[in-house]
Design a protein around this ligand. Structure first.
Ligand code: CAA
Length: 388
């Protein structure tokens, strides 16, 4: 019996800023962003969108196609928590009308926790192959204005159904781990934006990559050139290019640069126009590969490098299941992306500064998003969600 990803779908906000608009205001070349960090657009949420609405929108196409009673567990990975106590996944559980006989938990370790959730889900399914686990990862990346991280903001959510004998990706059991106590990126409870030591964070990312890869290589015996594609954590797409070239050098790959970059290119399409989605980003990269690769991926081995600042990293692999193409939501993804609205710079600033009321009053939010689920208001400190 194999265990892995039976279905996958992603969602993002309805609004974005083109990084050219940011570059124009900063009086720098747009290519600093388009080419230098490899990003074109960044998702911005309206007041009626949050990690819950994005996750529920991502998961809806999955749960609509199955018997909801088969979902025994929902694992919600995020570093954009909306409550210090209640798991955001419980709101999603309600919106998706999942069964009461279900456990729901929120997981946190920066951008890594979706991978912790995936591995836990695989273990649960291996223990009881009848059950299905819904893994959700949803985040909104926010940095201070005029900081080095500003152009790497973004948002997105991914939903993955983990089951026995999956239809998309069989997750292989070997994996390599790495943990080190570092302060490269963090967000204290009293801040709404992350603090980051940008250049240092990229060095730690690459160090963790080598360490996690070495462990994976040792336990699996898989060589770097046996990975047909690699999905990296994607804070910005140039990071994956740097990672791929460094890992190739480290592992003494015989491939040239063009061949190496071709092994990551289809994973980058969505991230380039969504921006960083923290926990979701590597799995949106996988969704990008499945939706956009121009060759049949059946039987191909995919490497995964998951990185969460602070830091925890993991390298693991999976095999694409023949016939996977029939089960993708590619058209729905294209429609959702085409419906997004561009913000000009002033509207971006309004979105950036808009905050949810904290006075305990009754507040209704003007409908802005075209997503199926929205945050309709906050009343007496309680979030109220609605569906179209
Ligand atoms: N045309 C083409 N390229 C240009 C250019 C132009 N006109 N102008 C500049 N560039 C290039 C630069 O040469 C540079 O290329 P190299 O990286 O190949 O040297 C690239 O654009 C970036 O420019 P800078 O070196 O000046 O760097 P920056 O000021 O844009 O900052 C950063 C880069 C520090 C990563 C910043 O984006 C940042 O702080 N980001 C947030 C932190 C982050 O994402 N870290 C990643 C690792 S941590 C992680 O992964 C967890 C997470 O999700 C946050």
């Amino acid at each position: 019996m194999s265990v892995g990803i039976d279905d996958i779908s992603f969602a993002t906000s309805n609004f974005y800023l083109d990084l050219k608009s940011l570059a124009d205001v900063q009086q720098i070349e747009a290519d600093k962003y388009y080419l230098g960090i490899g990003q074109e657009k960044m998702g911005m949420v309206s007041l009626d969108e949050d990690v819950v609405t994005m996750a529920a929108n991502a998961a809806l196409p999955i749960v609509e196609k199955i018997d909801r009673q088969s979902i025994s567990t929902v694992l919600f990975a995020t570093e954009t928590g909306i409550d210090q106590s209640k798991a955001a996944g419980i709101f999603v559980h309600g919106l998706l009308e999942l069964p009461a006989r279900c456990r729901v938990v929120e997981l946190k370790q920066a951008c890594y926790s979706a991978t912790g959730a995936l591995q836990m889900a695989c273990a649960l399914v291996a223990r009881n192959p009848q059950q299905k686990v819904l893994v959700l990862a949803s985040d909104i990346a926010r940095y201070d204005l005029d900081s080095s991280g500003e152009a790497t903001q973004g948002c997105g959510a991914v939903a993955m159904l983990i089951s026995a004998n999956p239809r998309l990706v069989e997750i292989e059991p070997e994996s390599g781990h790495y943990t080190e106590d570092v302060m490269d990126f963090w967000r204290p409870n009293y801040r709404s934006t992350a603090l980051v030591d940008g250049k240092y964070s990229t060095k730690i990312y690459l160090k963790a990559l080598k360490q996690a890869w070495s462990h994976y290589h040792e336990v699996s015996g898989v060589e770097f050139d046996q990975l047909d594609y690699v999905c990296y954590h994607l804070p910005f797409s140039r990071m994956a290019e740097k990672a791929q070239l460094q890992l190739a050098k480290f592992s003494k790959s015989s491939a040239d640069s063009a061949a190496l970059l071709a092994r990551i290119e289809p994973t980058l399409h969505y991230n380039r126009i969504l921006g960083n989605s923290y926990t979701a980003s590597m799995y949106i990269g996988l969704n990008s590969l499945l939706d956009n690769a121009d060759q049949d991926l059946s039987g191909r081995r995919i490497g995964f490098f998951s990185y969460g600042s602070g830091c925890v990293a993991e390298f693991f692999s999976g095999r694409i299941v023949p016939g996977y193409k029939a089960h993708l939501h590619s058209e729905q993804h294209a429609r959702m992306l085409a419906e997004r609205e561009e913000l000009d710079y002033n509207a971006y600033l309004r979105f950036y500064h808009a905050t949810h009321p904290i006075d305990g009053g009754d507040h209704q939010f003007e409908p802005k998003t075209r997503g199926h689920f929205r945050l309709a208001g906050i009343s007496q400190h309680k979030r109220i969600y609605s569906a179209r």
